[in-house]
Design a protein around this ligand. Structure first.
Ligand code: GAR
Length: 218
């Protein structure tokens, strides 16, 4: 069987991209990254990709008059690469309905909250402000609504009284690096599918997201 192919979209530091690169290198993930695309030239993740000899491309969203035109340009670039999975790894642009529909069932995102809580930005601050005792991250297939779509796996971490946004974000990020390659692997190995608005894992309906806690699936 040929390796599953990925295209990864980033906007920033790319630590999740790095986790995926490392998982492939360590053979935890049987996949190949065809390209890394960033909407900004300053994304540090581009350097991580170059270091791993992965093709990179910058499509500066400010050059386009509309979201739709920007997304159309991305599709032009992505489609010839024929990815089995399009991976949003800290890609901070809202995608058009047309883009999402185009990659339906093979578009995946990681979001730093226990969805459906705290969609959008500033999730860590909100969790602290709300005196949450737990927080985390979710990997989900992307549907039309922002930070929505069926959740595959969540990682849960405690919120400590002493936490600042930075310490909490770092604790969550460490877990993101574990669950994202895991979820991508399930898709690439065809163990996980998203069809008819339903997730199936090993041919069984996945009624609840998988839960990653204290360094293991529970
Ligand atoms: C991660 O925390 C990711 O969950 C978040 O951006 C960060 C990117 O970090 N994504 C979102 O907020 C998307 N809604 P990274 O560039 O180091 O992987």
């Amino acid at each position: 069987m040929s390796k599953a192919s990925l295209v990864v979209l980033i906007s920033g530091g790319g630590s999740n991209l790095q986790a995926i690169i490392d998982a492939i290198k360590n053979r935890q993930l049987d996949a190949e990254i065809k390209a890394v695309i960033s909407n900004t030239a300053s994304a540090k993740g581009l350097q991580r990709a170059e270091k791993a000899n992965i093709n990179t491309c910058i499509i500066d969203h400010t050059r386009f008059d509309s979201r739709e035109l920007f997304d159309r340009e991305m599709i032009k670039l992505i489609d010839p690469l024929k990815p089995d999975l399009l991976v949003l790894a800290g890609f901070m642009r809202i995608l058009s309905k047309a883009f999402i529909a185009h990659y339906q069932h093979r578009l995946i995102n990681i979001h730093p909250s226990l969805l459906p809580k705290y969609k959008g930005l500033n999730t860590h601050q909100q969790a602290i402000d709300d005196n949450e005792t737990k927080h985390g991250a979710s990997v989900h297939y992307v549907s039309e609504e922002l930070d929505s779509g069926p959740v595959i796996i969540q990682a849960e971490v405690p919120v400590l009284k002493s936490d600042t946004v930075e310490t909490l974000a770092e604790r969550v990020l460490q877990e993101e690096h574990k669950i994202y390659p895991l979820a991508i692997g399930l898709h690439c190995d065809k163990r996980l599918t998203f069809k008819n608005n339903q997730l199936q894992l090993d041919n069984k309906i996945l009624k609840q997201p998988l839960l990653w806690k204290k360094n293991k699936l529970v």
